[in-house]
Design a binder for this molecule. Structure first.
Ligand code: PMP
Length: 475
């Protein structure tokens, strides 16, 4: 090893605080250092190549090494590197807001930029509270979300998160959040053999929670189109349609947390489009720039903006349902913001990213190849350790089981020894970067760049087959 590499390795151990990392696991092992990317592949400091099966962290939609995106960033930095959106605007933020409003479903026409996903979730909750305060329903403030769902690490977003183990070291968190069941039909407590009845039941649990808490106190429900944590739970048929009815009945805002699912992950600009529902807000981040710069956004409906839109928008009040019109005039301010939210470089990169989506027909590519991706991964179902392969678009979870017939899951010891001690490390050693996760049942998550095709699907399947076959023999 070169002296440079040794220094970098030691400095990583001595100074870098990695995220969600058990640093003890690197006491005897090298920290993986990724130095460059090209297309669907990443390379480590020793030059070894890996297929980027997770698009970094559900981020790198267009893959690595796209000079057009790097150049868009450089151009904007030369022109105007920074100006905030606090009472000022700059062209890339304006143009991107217009473009996103054009893509977003229905009347989701207003874009509030943030630096990332957790901030977008915070923003959505704060807007829900603020909106009801200025429209005469000041008690509405609580949030409903689903078990095992991840919504971020800031204290509000973490409070909305449905993973008790992730929260316990930080309690007390922001009060007033409540959990309902997710749509894990593989482990459905009821109606597991009937997706529509299961979906209806799962959606109805939201109405039960609203009734239990008191409809006058509930502001919003936060749901991902496909829930990531737990290993990809797509919505059963009719689920979101029923959720929309419930939200309308109780005047609760439906927030579609699309930090992962937007920008092509499911073959559409927005996941809500794929499943045919109309949210009141969308939160997004990650793929908006394909990772070439950090950016997030909360996209709100005209109704939610109306109390904050100012006099110029009074003319549009007739489009807003009477109950939702501002009672305190329409000069309220949403007193919220982030220095780097809507950063000029990030918004310029996002504009270029979305331009490339159109030029290269990225959404069409995902829609035309997703069936082949699914079919390739489903080949793994012949392995006794693979219990379930689930997902949509370019977004999959593979659940590992101890016994396929009974769906018996791993013990804690088996998760440690096999999932983390072997599968996770061995997949990487064999050249596949993806993620082993036990936040629910043990799963492997796959979410490759949207430029991938059959050759990459085959490569994933082949590496998974070798590693999972060995893992089974360790049970
Ligand atoms: N919501 C969802 C659904 C996410 O998947 C994530 C991140 N994985 C977040 C929110 C938080 O985003 P960030 O890490 O950019 O703050």
């Amino acid at each position: 090893m070169s002296a440079d590499y040794d220094h970098l390795q030691q400095a990583a151990k001595d100074h870098l605080w990695m995220h969600f990392t058990r640093h003890a696991s690197y006491a005897q092992a090298d920290v993986p250092i990724i130095v460059r990317g090209e297309g669907a592949y990443i390379y480590d400091a020793q030059g070894k190549r890996y297929l980027d099966g997770l698009a970094g962290l559900f981020v790198s939609q267009l893959g690595h090494g796209r000079t057009e995106l790097a150049e868009a960033a450089a151009e904007q930095a030369k022109q105007l590197a920074f100006h905030p959106l606090w009472s000022y605007a700059h062209p890339p933020a304006i143009q991107l807001a217009e473009k996103i409003a054009g893509y977003a479903p229905g009347d989701l026409n207003r874009v509030f930029f943030t630096s990332g996903g957790g901030e977008a979730v915070e923003t959505a909750w704060k807007l829900a509270k603020n909106y009801f305060k200025v429209t005469g329903k000041p008690m509405k403030h609580k949030v409903i979300s689903r078990t095992i769902a991840y919504h971020g690490t800031t204290q509000g977003a973490l409070s909305i998160t449905g993973l008790p183990l992730l929260k316990q070291q930080f309690e007390p968190l922001v009060p007033s959040t409540f959990r309902v069941p997710n749509t894990n039909i593989y482990r459905a407590p009821l109606h597991g053999d009937d997706p529509e009845t299961f979906g209806r039941w799962a959606a109805d649990q939201i109405a039960v929670a609203i009734e239990n808490e008191g409809p006058d106190t509930v502001a919003a429900v936060f749901l991902e189109p496909v829930q990531n944590a737990g290993g990809c739970f797509p919505p059963p048929p009719g689920y979101f349609q029923r959720v929309r009815e419930i939200c309308d009945e109780y005047d609760v805002l439906l927030v579609s947390d699309e930090v992962i699912c937007a920008f092509g992950r499911l073959g559409h600009m927005f996941g809500s489009e794929r499943y045919g529902y109309q949210p009141d807000m969308i939160t997004c981040a990650k793929g908006i720039t394909s990772g070439y710069a950090p950016l997030g956004a909360m996209i709100a409906s005209d109704r939610l903006m109306e109390p904050f839109a100012g006099a110029a928008h009074h003319d549009h009040q007739e489009h807003i349902p009477p109950g939702a019109r501002a009672e305190h005039g329409s000069d309220a301010m949403f007193a919220h913001g982030y220095t780097f939210g809507g950063h000029p470089v990030s918004t310029a990169v996002a504009l270029k990213n979305l331009e490339i989506f159109e030029e290269e027909k990225v959404l069409e590519h995902v829609r035309s190849t997703e069936g082949a991706f699914r079919a390739t991964l489903e080949r793994l179902l012949d392995l006794p350790i693979v219990g379930d392969v689930r997902g949509d678009g370019y977004f999959y979870g593979i659940e590992l089981v101890k016994d396929k017939a009974t769906r018996e899951t791993f013990s804690d010891e088996e998760c440690e020894r096999i999932l983390f001690g072997f599968v996770s490390k061995q997949l990487f050693a064999e050249g596949l970067y993806c993620r082993a996760d036990d936040r629910g049942d043990p799963v492997i998550q796959l979410s490759p760049p949207l430029i991938c095709d059959q050759q990459h699907f085959d490569e994933m399947e082949q590496i998974l087959r070798i590693v999972l076959d060995k893992a089974h023999s360790m049970l």
